[in-house]
Design a protein around this ligand. Structure first.
Ligand SMILES: NC(=O)c1ccc[n+]([C@@H]2O[C@H](COP(=O)([O-])OP(=O)(O)OC[C@H]3O[C@@H](n4cnc5c(N)ncnc54)[C@H](O)[C@@H]3O)[C@@H](O)[C@H]2O)c1
Length: 259
């Protein structure tokens, strides 16, 4: 560890598990104090306990990113604990594979609210503090589904596509205020989100193994791990990317570079 984020304060949403947890760990290992928030209070608290046992400075709070007041409280928690905020990782999201014929207005709005509105709410709450930071960075976790179409993914992919362009719009508006905004677009990553109905892991199915591994549709020949995404998040959060804003960093093992 090089202490690249020494003395900085970060807030990571959806940090109980998966990519959010891996990001919280890597930011804390680089010296940041990290507020981990998640809807799943028990799991996020226990994850934070584990990181503290490794000597990392983290706290955990329950927050629902789809609720503007809840995410605003989480931001205030971070600032009251550590008196500043430098990094916001808007990562929490839900998956959805409802076919077009059966998606209800309620489900559509739920996905938009959790996966898209949350990114705006997080930025709105964080900006007054980020503007005061000399090294402010927002990292939004989108998806390659925000760059391509996929069967039965209208709600999820539309929300992620909007996160991509919201990232660009924020970069334009926040750049003059000294706040960089970038997005990560992960591909197939082994987390709970990749579990299909009936607790089958998508990446262990015959079709995934045949198409993506055996027949080579996935150039790096393996699904990603949460830790594979955490490094790129750290890059965008740190000064290593100080002249990068409004960009989408695809982390997909090469999936979208072929067809
Ligand atoms: N796993 C993949 O293959 C993949 C691919 C592309 C993009 N992503 C994106 O990466 C991000 C992280 O996903 P993951 O794979 O780690 O999934 P995950 O399901 O393992 O973790 C998501 C976390 O978000 C939390 N969460 C859900 N709704 C919330 C809410 N309303 N408020 C607060 N927390 C909430 C969950 O409790 C969970 O801990 C998401 O934005 C997801 O869309 C994942």
């Amino acid at each position: 560890m090089t202490g690249r984020l020494q003395d900085r304060v970060a807030l990571v949403t959806g940090a109980a598990r998966g990519i959010g947890l891996a990001a919280a760990r890597v930011l804390a290992e680089e010296g940041a104090r990290v507020l981990m928030c998640d809807l799943d209070e028990e799991v996020v608290r226990s994850a934070a306990d584990d990181l503290r046992k490794d000597g990392l400075i983290v706290q955990a709070v329950k927050a629902d990113v789809s609720d503007q007041a809840s995410i605003a409280r989480a931001v205030e928690n971070a600032v009251s604990a550590w008196s500043r905020l430098d990094i916001l990782v808007s990562n929490a999201a839900i998956t959805d594979d409802t076919p077009f014929e059966s998606i209800s207005a309620e489900r559509w709005h739920r996905v938009m609210n959790t996966n898209l509105d949350s990114v705006l709410y997080g930025a709105q709450a964080a900006m007054p503090h980020l503007r005061r930071s000399p090294c402010a960075s927002i990292v939004n976790v989108a998806s390659i589904q925000g760059l391509r179409g996929q069967p039965n993914s209208m709600a999820y992919a539309t929300a992620k596509g909007a996160v991509v362009n919201l990232t660009r719009c924020m970069a334009v508006d926040f750049g003059p205020l000294g706040v960089r905004v970038n997005a990560i677009a992960p591909g197939y990553i082994d987390t709970r989100m990749a579990m299909m109905h009936g607790n089958v892991h998508e990446h262990q199915t015959d079709w995934f193994q045949d198409v993506f591994i055996k027949h080579g549709r996935l150039p790096l020949r393996r699904p990603g791990k949460a830790e594979d995404v955490a490094g790129p998040i750290l890059f965008l959060a740190s000064d290593d990317s100080r002249y990068v804003t409004g960009q989408v960093l695809v982390v997909d093992g090469g999936l979208t570079c072929t067809y």
